[in-house]
Design a protein around this ligand. Structure first.
Ligand SMILES: *Cc1c(COP(=O)(O)O)cnc(C)c1O
Length: 428
């Protein structure tokens, strides 16, 4: 049974249960389209839904019998019902790893899990958001996909465009890690390095959208941003389903623009509303690198506004100095009783190696940020070790080898003889 919860705008495209766009600030409604800011107050637009309330058992069964990717949640996403039949990279349904060794190391007794999104097709969480934006681009008739990226998004857009037969042209800061550049270029689309940081790239893309040069382009994180953001809800859905349709008590989520964190909260709220999980309190903790910590700085100072910073950190995928969703992240951390914390580059490297040596998971620097912040918050008594905690790893360590290469070398280099091996002191 589909229940209309709000006034419905006229829709001309089929994006499943999505019924329109609504302004996050003033609530004004707009029809579905490639727009991202409210005409009245310039607030960000959100996808609004006619969600299938009233039959949680039936919905749960429908989801459980769906494909092993994000499309199992199609009834809750801005995509057509037959989305699984379209050419798409079909990301998601990544592992939720029970991290008992790491838990022992950190003193967590309530259950510690790593949601490991390095297992996505282009090895970061960005495949989730791009998959949604691609469906919106298809519905609106775009044939070129574009984005401003800190690295992972460029690769995810390039790959999705290749698979779906779109042209792609993506923009990155010129000084990214080699792994990110190669992953963005290899799929054959156009890749443009901009001499500047991510915030310069983003500003450039906003200008491009307003210019005839960019006409007909679907920028996944600009004019398709409302749809893009919804992809992050699938992290919340998967975590709860993988926990046996239960909310975790605590989540530790990385922050770049803050979109992922806000949409994880939206996803959890929807599951509660739909009766798919039992309603109980949960806390969301945000994680940043000290060298780009505008949100944690505002959180600790008790501010509502986020003052932009100039990024300088090895966690380049999170290096957004002027995060669009920063104020909403602050709201969510405060409302849920969570916090926002940061760790320095040395702590990021230590945390990458801690996760690798305890659980056999090699995270990119963003995963070092979340694991490092988890450790710091436990030591500070902010995160409760007796509660169920889910920590996100949003990317693969192979993309940021430089971060750990200096301290991850061969133990010894020897001649191929037993004498040499004994002499190296490694026998036994
Ligand atoms: C983009 C990204 C994030 C989060 O980005 P938001 O802009 O906050 O949604 C987290 N981790 C990695 C590895 C990313 O590439």
């Amino acid at each position: 049974m589909a229940v209309q919860t709000e006034t419905t705008a006229t829709t001309t495209v089929d994006l499943g249960p999505a019924s329109g766009l609504s302004c996050r600030e003033c609530g004004e409604r707009f029809p579905l389209g490639p727009i991202f800011a409210c005409e009245l107050c310039f607030g960000p637009l959100e996808v609004a839904y006619d969600l299938p309330v009233g039959d949680p058992e039936g919905l749960r069964k429908q989801i459980e019998s769906g494909p092993d990717n994000i499309w199992r949640y199609a009834p809750l996403l801005p995509v057509p019902a037959d989305v699984a039949t379209k050419p798409n990279l079909n990301p998601g349904w990544t592992k939720l790893v029970k991290a008992d060794n790491l838990a022992a190391e950190l003193g967590v007794t309530g259950g510690l899990f790593i949601k490991d999104d390095s297992g996505n097709p282009t090895h970061s969480f960005k495949d989730r958001v791009v998959a949604q934006a691609l469906e919106a681009a298809r519905a609106f008739g775009f044939t070129t996909l574009s984005c401003s990226s800190t690295g992972n998004l460029a690769g995810a857009v390039g790959a999705a465009a290749a698979r779906a037969g779109f042209r792609s042209c993506v923009f990155i800061p010129h000084d990214l890690e080699q792994g990110k550049v190669v992953m963005a270029a290899v799929y054959g689309g156009e890749l443009v390095g901009i001499e500047g940081n991510y915030d310069d790239v983003n500003r450039f893309c906003s200008e491009l959208i307003g210019d005839p040069v960019g006409e007909g382009w679907g920028f996944v994180n600009v004019n398709l941003r409302p749809y893009y953001g919804e992809g992050s809800k699938t992290l919340a859905y998967e975590i709860c389903e993988q926990l046996g349709w239960q909310l975790p008590d605590q989540l530790v989520v990385p922050i770049a623009s803050g979109s992922q964190l806000t949409k994880i909260d939206k996803g959890l709220q929807e599951l509660i509303k739909l009766g798919l999980v039992e309603d109980k309190p949960y806390k969301i903790f945000g994680a940043q690198a000290e060298g780009c910590s505008p949100v944690s700085t505002a959180f600790k100072a008790g501010h509502d506004v986020v003052r932009p910073q100039k990024p300088n950190t090895i966690a380049k995928s999170l290096a957004i100095g002027n995060p669009a969703d920063g104020p909403y992240v602050l709201d969510i951390a405060r409302r849920t009783g969570g916090a926002v914390e940061d760790v320095n580059d040395e702590q990021v490297v230590d945390a990458i190696k801690l996760l690798a040596r305890t659980e056999g998971i090699f995270a990119e620097t963003a995963g070092g940020v979340t694991v490092g912040v988890t450790r710091k918050l436990i030591e500070a008594g902010v995160l409760d070790p007796a509660l169920t905690t889910v920590v996100l790893n949003t990317g693969d360590g192979l993309k940021t080898l430089d971060a750990v290469a200096p301290t991850s070398q061969a133990t010894a280099t020897i001649k191929p003889s037993l004498d040499a091996f004994r002499a190296a002191g490694l026998a036994g």
